[in-house]
Write a protein that binds this ligand. Sequence first.
Ligand SMILES: *Cc1c(COP(=O)(O)O)cnc(C)c1O
Length: 357
Amino acid sequence: MSSASRNHQPATIAVTAGRPAREPDRPLNEPITMASTYVATGGVEYGRYGNPTWSAFEDVLGSLEGGRALAFSSGMAAVTTVLDLVGHDGLVVAPVHAYTGTLLQLADLESRGRVHTLLVDITDTDAVVAAAADAALVWLESPTNPALELADIATIAAAAREAGAYVVVDNTFATPILQRPLTMGADLVVHSVTKYLAGHSDVLMGAIVAGDEELYTVLKGRRDLMGSTPGTLEAWLALRGLRTLHLRVERAQANAAELVRRLEGHPAVAEVRYPGFGGIVAIVVAGGADTADLLTRSTSLWVHATSLGGVESTFERRRRWKAEPATIPDGLVRLSVGIEDVDDLWDDLRAALDDLG
Ligand SMILES: *Cc1c(COP(=O)(O)O)cnc(C)c1O
C-alpha cells in the first residue's frame, strides 16, 4: 500500500493515499475485502485484528492528520476507547458544550465511580490550564457543538502535557482540512467519521489518530479486545468519501460564510454564531423554541434532521434533545451547510424565515 509523502498538501493526500501498489492489472482502488480470517503466519491472522480496506482508510486519515489512524465502529466507540485510557479515579477535564454523547458517557463513567469529570468553559484558557494541572486527560472540542466556541488548543495542550495529562481533540467539526491538532500539541485526535469524513449521511464510523507509536499500539490493543471494529463496507464508503473531503469542506465553508452574511441582516434571527471557518452555523431564532420548531418544518431544501457534515444541508433545534445543556438557547437552530447552490439554499431559508413574521 502506498503511503502519501509528508510533503504533499491535503488535497493530494486525500486523493492519492491508501491506494494499492501500482502494478499491472492491480485496481486503482482498494477493494472491499470481506474476511473473518486469513491464511496463518502473516501479519493480520484474524478479522478483528485488521482488514486491508480499513487499512486503506486509516492510511488516508493518518496521513491527513499527521499520525497513525485506527478505524472504529462509530465515533462513540472511538470516544469510549480514548476515555478508557484514564485510570481509576482519574480526572477528565472537558468542555461544558462538548458533544452530548461524550458528556453522557462521562456522566455515566462518573456515576459508576470510574472517573471524575470537571466541565469547563473552553474559551477561558486560564481556567482550562488551571484545571489541567490535576487532570489525567483533557478533552477538547473546537469548535464546540453547538455553541461553536473556540479553544486555544496549542496553549492548553502545552500546559496539559506539561502536567502529564493526555490531550485529546475531537476534530469532527473542523476536519484535518481546516485543523490538525497533532501539529498543535495534542496526543490524540478523535473523529466521528459519520460526519464530514464519510460525508454522505450513509455510514456510521469513528476513528482515533495517535501522534506516537506507543499510544497507537495501546489503542490498537484496546480495539482488538473490545471488538469495536468497523464494517468493511463502511470503511470502503468512508474511504470513498475521503477522496472528496477537501472539495466538500471548501464548498460547505464558502456556502456557510455567505449564508452567515445574509442571515445577519434578517429580522427573524436574533443571533448568528459562526467561528469563522467550517460548514456549521448556529442561529438563535428571535421567537424562541416554537418559532424555531416552525422554521425547521417550513423548508423544502433544508432537511430537518440531526447529524451534520453530509453533502445535503440539514438543520435542527438542538434543545429538542433532553441531554442538551440548558446554557444552549431554547431557540438555537444548528445548520449543517451542505454543498448545494448557495442562492437556492438562501432562497429556501429566507422564505421560511420571512414567514415566521
Ligand atoms: C456525531 C459526533 C460524535 C459521535 O459519533 P457517532 O459516529 O455518532 O458515534 C462525536 N463527536 C462529535 C463532535 C460528533 O458530532
